[in-house]
Design a protein around this ligand. Structure first.
Ligand code: GYE
Length: 343
């Protein structure tokens, strides 16, 4: 009898676990983009603004925060019906998702383009269908007629800020003319974040004959690839003075590789470490002196997006570009921001 009871309990637990997993699979399930079906979209209240949002993936804490910011701002309570699709780092998935939104006749298409190139055909289809397109976070190459507005960061300015921090730091120490060996871990080549951050940093670097860029390699904005590329660069080059890593995830990976090679980073270490994004874990490393400088990239773009869509709904004119506010974090100021950082 006791055994039977146990068996029944075990079965109940299994069924509950199965149901919980089933519920969660909306978020973590298939490799194809999540599409809301026609049936679901007909649930939308007549008055809600229907927005299709194609996110490029979920490679970083920055990205997860960006997604959540948009999901929270485009809520039903705020007047929106949001269809979310995660392209899992594949441009073809984003194109499929956008085509799905067009065929469902959503009111707006919002998307964060994985790469700058390759959108002309699908965005012309959206234009022909009369659906306004709003770019968030990253941009596209080619004609600006294919989108209504952009909301995000000035990536080139971010790159420049990194270069200027380095310039000032060296000058402050009286080492402005010391020879400097620099490696750059970039985001995926062809993405706005890589193009902008590289361009901005190189603008400053090109003013300094003593700065030598040893390598620029993509670490795909991930911890694993950041570590792999950094380990390779450490084998290749004996004397690296500065690591510029175009996002915090790659920085975490690179720092593991550097520690495993028996080397140190930061204000007390051998190599200067410059990062981008400014997520909480990285800011803690700025605070402890292991990252010298973290250039903020602000993922909290949802509220501005909701505001801009409401303006468009009201027939008001909107700007072609909206840039979010961003800071530069160093040991000098980071403690003022750490406790409020939620991501
Ligand atoms: O820096 C990185 C993310 O495009 C600004 O993409 C974004 C970048 C961000 O995955 O962490």
């Amino acid at each position: 009898m006791k055994n039977e009871k146990r068996l029944v309990m075990a079965l109940v637990v299994l069924v509950v676990m199965f149901l919980v997993l089933l519920g969660a699979s909306g978020d973590f399930g298939s490799a194809t983009p999540q599409q809301t079906t026609e049936d679901e979209s007909s649930l939308a209240d007549e008055d809600l603004i229907v927005v299709g949002f194609s996110q490029l993936g979920s490679e970083s804490v920055w990205r997860a925060t960006h997604t959540a910011s948009i999901q929270n701002a485009l809520s039903k309570e705020n007047g929106f019906f949001l269809q979310y699709s995660n392209a899992r780092q594949k441009q073809e998935n984003q194109i499929k998702a956008i085509r799905g939104f067009i065929s469902q006749r959503v009111d707006y298409i919002v998307f964060s383009p994985l790469m700058e190139d390759g959108w002309e055909t699908v965005l012309t289809e959206a234009k022909d269908a009369g659906i306004p397109v709003i770019l968030v976070d990253r941009k596209i190459s080619g004609s600006s007629d294919l989108y209504t507005t952009f909301i995000g960061s000035d990536m080139e300015e971010e790159g420049r800020k990194a270069g200027l921090w380095l310039e000032n730091d060296l000058a402050r120490r009286g080492r402005a003319d010391d020879p400097l060996n620099i490696v750059v871990l970039t985001g995926p080549f062809g993405s706005t974040s890589q193009i902008g951050r590289s361009r901005g940093f190189m603008q400053v670097a090109s003013q300094h004959e003593s700065w030598k860029i040893l390598a620029q390699e993509s670490g795909d904005f991930t911890v694993v690839k950041g570590k792999e590329v950094m380990a390779k660069l450490l084998r290749q080059y004996e004397d690296i003075d500065v690591v510029v890593s175009q996002n915090d995830e790659m920085t975490f990976g690179a720092m593991e590789a550097i520690a495993e090679a028996g080397l140190t980073t930061g204000i007390y270490g051998k190599m200067k470490m410059i990062s981008f994004d400014g997520v909480k874990d990285a800011l803690e490393l700025v605070d402890s002196g292991k990252i010298n400088c973290d250039v903020e990239c602000n993922p909290l773009q949802g509220e501005l997006l909701a505001e801009v869509i409401k303006k468009l709904e009201a027939g008001e004119r909107v700007e072609k570009e909206y840039f979010v506010d961003e800071l530069v974090f160093t040991k000098n100021n980071v403690s003022d921001y750490l406790s409020d950082r939620v991501y």
